[in-house]
Design a protein around this ligand. Sequence first.
Ligand SMILES: NCc1[nH]cc(CCC(=O)O)c1CC(=O)O
Length: 314
Amino acid sequence: MIENLPTPQNPLKIGTRGSPLALAQAYETRDRLARAFDLPDQAFEIVVIKTTGDKVQDRPLKEIGGKGLFTREIEDDMLAGKIDIAVHSMKDMPTLQPEGLLLDTYLPREDVRDAFISPRVNSFEDLPQGAVVGTSSLRRKAQLKLRRPDLQVVEFRGNLQTRLRKLEEGVAEATFLAMAGLNRLSMDQVPQTPIEVETMLPAVAQGAIGIERRADDMRMAAMLEAIHDLPTGKRLAAERAFLAALDGSCETPIAGLAVLEGDTIHLRGEVLRPDGSQALNDALRCPVEDGAKAGREMAQNLLQQAGDGFFDWR
Ligand SMILES: NCc1[nH]cc(CCC(=O)O)c1CC(=O)O
């Protein structure tokens, strides 16, 4: 029994960024909590918080620099008690949270794949020589250049809608988007071709929604336990341990994916040079409960393969 469940008079405050995808994820979280505890929607309040990453639209993310560009303001508000929980795309989240906060509740994972988006062709293999592709992801850029060194990559910032508009305006011939975002926003009218993970290994935690809370908030700990997805938790434990051991973030050309095969985790990882001139891969299997250890082991394998110089971009 949880005492003190939220009510319309005293609603549970859900913090989120304001993009359509962020809002969809916040609503999914609200709906799952409402269903689990038989509460009306009015027992929840969605609180939109503008982050530095949202405010600065005209510069590449890596230029603005610093960790937590899309999270700091939200986490500050949570520590100050202005919101109870925060909903995030796990792919964008640093592997360490600020003191006093926990990020260990995950909703069932969406499609993990990237999608190739172009009004004219169905895959990057079919793009004409020297074509322009827009992306702001170092990982996607490196993975693309690895296979198509002839292509030109231009910076493509902004939310999903902004990027699609840029395609329409002809700024680029193609772009990549996560299938998860397209699905969560029901954007099936966008010309999209899913890319198999064997061709393009996704970002660590792609397609997973995470819910952050204050570490000492026992009511939230109990409520979130009811909506946590265990399989997603096992997969992210492996992937995020891999990322943490490489000291990476979503602004680093690193890819990683864990898949459950019964009681076994199949973990794959890739690190690339930013210009796509080289990629290193590793894969291993381990029992589901050993995911984090396996993630660290795979990171060590790749660091060893890489040798001196490979990680100089860090
Ligand atoms: N970095 C932006 C971002 N963060 C999460 C998603 C998509 C949803 C997800 O992967 O969970 C996206 C957009 C994209 O990559 O197309």
